[in-house]
Ligand binder design. Structure first.
Ligand code: FES
Length: 578
């Protein structure tokens, strides 16, 4: 145990006085059967829970919270569990991304407004991880991430199938007539057969790895399966540790440094992580005052080998990843080859990232490849710029077809998602495999919420011919479980007056990943003329939260946070009436 600091705890401002206020704060809490001695000045630890039966990936979190509580009690803390908005990827319409910022506001205000000295963040499904880290970062209290863990491997016809990734493939096979509907439906139960998050290296697993690489969780947090008893041991130990972190005043700002984000960017390349990490890391960094740029992804990620052979880029699933050594084994491989940018970055257990992983065992070179036998020699996220994306766009080379990474093709344009759905099934659509599919108005404001629709399905008539991939460009995002030569996050988006809005059927577009270039092959004068003729996107007619969203959301290169939420506002309550 560490030596308690003499620093006054936040919670004593509520529970530590013998006057009317203290009476009120304690008395109402005592209606839950809490004895006097719990109010003796011990650290009060919030357990911020995204449990919900509508977020199936987080539906086992009440049990995880119980294990966190055991650890908190054991270390002399006072646990208080509280719910926050739970945005589950699979059910929530129009997209869970629309409510990431809403959840982060909920978290921030819940932490700041309550008698909490530190917080355990229970996260799992895609958006819950960035949302909770964003909210906690804006308060800058001691915080530790406990992830719910991935599902067991999916099974179909005796073979493993991966969450999400299998859906895309099965759906394309259905459209191409390779399987029937009975086979398609049979996959549903086999794909999701235990508690937990998607078992591919999708956005949930990526963000779990990001949390671990950032140093905000204990080692192995990312990969232990949700139903493995060791997941509950990790929850217990995280509960113990957060109490110590209060005594050490180990706040998020000491963990979430620029060095930590650089480690995370490098790690994302090594794991073949989701493009969504570009947006989420930027948003988290913005809340703690770290300035990340898109070019950081090129500078730090480029040239990094992808070592983890997981779907959608590779073969295996999260279960094998854990059995092979998990993220510590990857970080050790990076560190031993001088590829960990900041090995001395501090983590929540008080040790450096390198101290945590320097002796991490590695059990399977197929799943976690050696540096000289990578899955992809140059992994990472490719950042593109050009007259079509003046503020950037992204592409994940490890999920793309190598022969399409440099390509010039004729544009086939869809004005929005509805237009795409209507047009793509038209057997007379003038399109071939060399064309570039362009979709507009699916960005942060245009959709709104920037849906994961960038990996547009290919035209059925081309699928039947055996075409497997084409260049696709949009201002949308893509599920981390998806694949293809897909340019995403084009900024500014069409609905914010970006040049994407000016593309027309028949234009030629050049993509060059090596050069980081995305170019619409028309003259400057022609582009300027078309831009001038564009009408402002009509954002009217929306009320409620969607109104707030379209009025304040920042573009993809800025992390899609709200303009008024960027920054760290600390944990002091500005004004209180009791
Ligand atoms: Fe929740 Fe994939 S849908 S993690």
């Amino acid at each position: 145990m560490t030596t308690p600091t003499k620093k006054k705890l936040r919670s004593t401002e509520w529970f530590g006085t013998a006057d009317k206020n203290g009476f009120m704060y304690r008395s109402w809490m005592k209606n839950q059967g809490i004895p006097d001695h719990e109010f003796d000045g011990r650290p009060v630890i919030g357990i911020c829970n995204t449990w919900s039966e509508l977020t199936p990936c987080n539906a086992h979190f009440r049990k995880i919270a119980e294990h966190v509580k055991r650890g908190i009690y054991e270390a002399g803390g006072f646990p208080v569990e509280f719910p926050v908005f739970s945005n589950g990827e699979s059910n929530l319409r129009p997209t869970a991304m629309l409510t990431r910022n809403l959840a982060s506001m909920d978290v921030e205000e819940a932490i700041r407004g309550n008698p909490i000295d530190a917080v355990v963040l229970l996260v799992g499904c895609d958006k819950t991880t960035p949302a909770l880290l964003m909210g906690a970062a804006s308060c800058d209290v001691p915080a530790i991430v406990v992830t719910g863990g991935p599902m067991l491997n999916g099974k179909l016809d005796g073979k493993d199938i991966g969450s999400g990734t299998a859906v895309w493939r099965l759906h394309e096979s259905l459209k191409a007539g390779e399987i029937n509907e009975h086979q398609f439906f049979a996959a549903e139960a086999g794909m999701s057969r235990s508690a937990g998050t998607c078992n591919t290296m999708g956005t949930a697993s990526t963000m779990a790895c990001m949390a671990e690489a950032l140093g905000t969780s204990l080692p192995h947090n990312a990969a232990i399966p949700a139903v493995d008893a060791r997941r509950y041991v990790l929850a217990h130990m995280s509960g113990r540790r957060i109490v110590e972190m209060v005594h050490e005043d180990l706040r998020l700002s000491k963990i979430l440094t620029r060095e930590a984000f650089e480690n995370a960017i490098r790690t994302n390349a090594a794991i073949g992580g989701s493009t969504n990490a570009v947006i989420h890391l930027k948003a988290i960094a913005g809340r703690i005052g770290v300035q990340l740029e898109l070019e950081d992804w090129t500078r730090i990620g480029r040239g990094t080998p992808t070592l983890v052979d997981l779907q959608p880029s590779g073969r295996f699933l999260m279960e094998e990843f854990y059995y092979a050594g998990g993220l510590p084994a990857v970080l050790r491989r990076l560190g031993e080859n001088q590829l960990l940018p900041h090995p001395n970055a501090l983590t929540v257990n008080g040790k450096s990232l390198w101290d945590n992983v320097r002796e991490a065992p590695q059990y399977n070179d197929e799943v976690i490849r050696p540096i000289n036998k990578p899955l992809i020699a140059d992994g990472g996220i490719c950042i593109l710029r050009g007259n079509l994306a003046p503020r950037g766009a992204v592409l994940k080379p490890s999920a793309a077809s190598p022969e399409l990474l440099k390509h010039r093709g004729r544009a086939v344009v869809f004005e929005n998602l509805e237009h795409y759905k209507e047009r793509i099934v038209d057997e007379n659509l003038d399109i071939d495999a060399s064309c570039v599919m362009v979709m507009k108005n699916c960005g942060p404001r245009g959709y709104p919420g920037m849906a994961e629709v960038g990996n547009m399905g290919l035209p059925p008539k081309l699928l039947r011919q055996g075409v497997k991939d084409m260049v696709r460009i949009s201002d949308a995002r893509m599920s981390g479980t998806a694949y293809g030569t897909v340019v995403l996050h084009v900024a500014p988006e069409a609905a914010a007056g970006g040049p994407l809005a000016a593309v027309r059927d028949g234009d030629f577009i050049e993509l060059d990943c090596e050069q980081g270039r995305l170019h619409l092959d028309i003259s400057e004068a022609e582009l300027a003329q078309r831009m001038q003729a564009l009408k402002n996107a009509d954002m009217g007619g929306r009320g409620g939260y969607q109104r707030l969203y379209v009025d304040h959301v920042l573009q993809a290169d800025e992390g899609c946070d709200f303009d008024f939420l960027v920054g760290c506002r600390g944990s002091a309550v500005p004004r209180h009436s009791h």
